[in-house]
Write a protein that binds this ligand. Structure first.
Ligand code: ATP
Ligand code: MG
Length: 413
């Protein structure tokens, strides 16, 4: 037997109806805020991700699905969407146009990591980006959009964490101080952090190893080092969040480990998800467009993990699916009648219905109707055929009567 690849999975009903509901609400909230969908390729030149995500990150060093195609080009399955969207933005010359670009995209991402609950090798993200503005009100807008969406799909127990990671003007001083402090305690840190001290000290703040925590908590916070511009921006973001009545927790350790990230960073964690409790994360990336060959363009965005989202959604947040009417034919003669004169008109009227092709007994068909939770059963026997009518049974209250096809469709509708 050939099996699905480790870390990938098939999604069936009833879970798939939760996905459909979530996707519909994503499109709806994006329309409400004026964001347009973009669909980019699932694979890109490897170099795009190496530069766009950062050579020193976990994603690029160990999580990418990279392969050579028939022309010996190094290609990579996208591990995230921002780099692709920025590539599209630059490739189509949008960095030369005035105005703001508001985009979203959704679909599968690929990362080679250890599969566990809420962590897969193929997973899906919903990505929201705003390019070409540094207005702090936009930072608040994308967060508001995200929180409104989470509310609309019934996800509760959400916590928004907020931080600022500064900019190239002020961050170097802060990382220098961090480095100094960390070097003093190098031996007490985990091996990964010992490497991070020299390569990317900011990343130490992100460490999840238990024994490192007390030391990290005692490190100086970035607040005292933010430049005037970053301070003003961060204060304004908080003020706009206040106007939108969005509460947040300040998490001074929330960093996005890349050099291109600047100023605002945020993350939403949800209770009850266990270790993989981070549902969405985002921030400003004022330097990335330039890094990928475009004109200096300030931008902000977030990515939400749809697999984790669905785990956090209540059962009731689900697209309604399934058939509403089961049609039962009692004889060969009435089967043709049910096929042509009952099923077809119901579908023409956009009413989801199904004819029992297995030709069960009336009792067996009723059991099926119960199991499928249909609202109505239509019975067609020889008497119904000769009268050109059907028997309609209401499965909610058990009432049953004979109607013409038109009357039956009216009742069901
Ligand atoms: P984590 O710390 O959980 O690995 P991350 O920092 O790698 O997350 P991002 O790259 O910021 O995550 O992606 C945004 C969101 O995508 C995450 O908050 C999460 O919900 C989801 N996500 C990331 N990796 C996976 C995965 N392997 N499987 C399922 N969802 C994922
Ligand atoms: Mg990760």
């Amino acid at each position: 037997m050939i099996k699905a690849i480790k870390g990938t999975r098939d999604i069936f009903s009833p879970e798939v109806e939760k996905w459909q509901f979530a996707e519909r609400m994503m499109r709806r909230v994006c329309a409400l805020y004026g964001y347009e969908e973009v669909r980019t390729p699932l694979f890109e030149a490897t170099e795009l991700f190496a530069r766009g995500i950062g050579e020193a990150t976990d994603i690029v060093t160990k999580q990418m699905y990279t392969f050579k195609d028939g022309s010996e080009h190094s290609l990579t399955l996208r591990p995230e969407a921002t780099a692709s969207l920025v590539r599209a933005f630059v490739e189509h010359g949008m960095d030369n146009e005035p105005g703001i670009t508001k985009w979203y995209c959704m679909g599968p991402m690929f990362r080679y990591e250890t599969p566990q609950k809420g962590r897969y090798r193929q997973f899906s993200q919903w990505d929201v980006e705003v390019l070409a503005t540094e207005n702090p009100a936009v930072d608040a807008e994308v967060i508001e959009l995200l929180m409104r969406f989470l509310d609309s799909v019934g996800v509760q127990d959400t916590q928004l964490q907020l931080n600022s990671v500064g900019c190239p003007v002020c961050r170097p001083q802060y990382t220098a101080v961090l480095q100094q402090e960390l070097r003093k305690n190098k031996d007490r840190l985990c091996v990964d952090c010992q490497v991070r001290i020299e390569r990317n000290p900011l990343r130490v703040l992100d460490c999840k190893v238990e024994s490192d925590q007390s030391l990290i908590d005692a490190l100086p916070a970035i607040d005292d080092y933010l430049c005037e511009d970053c301070k003003t921006h961060f204060a304004a973001v908080q003020r706009f969040l206040g106007l939108s009545e969005i509460s947040f927790d300040r998490n001074k350790r929330l960093v996005r480990g890349l050099d291109y990230y600047t100023k605002t960073t945020f993350e939403v964690v949800v209770g009850g998800l266990g270790a993989q409790n981070s549902v969405a994360g985002g921030g400003r990336y004022d330097l990335l467009v330039e890094e990928l060959g475009g004109k200096p363009t300030k931008a902000i965005g977030f990515a939400l993990g749809m697999d984790r989202l669905v785990l956090a959604m209540p059962e009731s947040s689900s697209e309604i699916s399934g058939i509403r009417v089961l049609i039962i034919a009692m004889s060969d003669n009435s089967f043709d009648y049910a096929f042509e004169k009952v099923q077809l008109p119901l579908r023409n009227a956009n009413i989801p219905c199904e004819l029992d092709y297995q030709r069960r007994s009336l009792k067996g068909a009723m059991r099926l109707a119960d199991k499928r939770k249909v609202d109505w059963v239509v019975i067609a026997g020889d008497d119904e055929v000769s009268e050109q009518k059907v028997t309609l049974k209401n499965m909610k209250n058990g009432e049953q009567a004979r109607y013409s096809i038109e009357e039956m469709i009216e009742k069901v509708r």
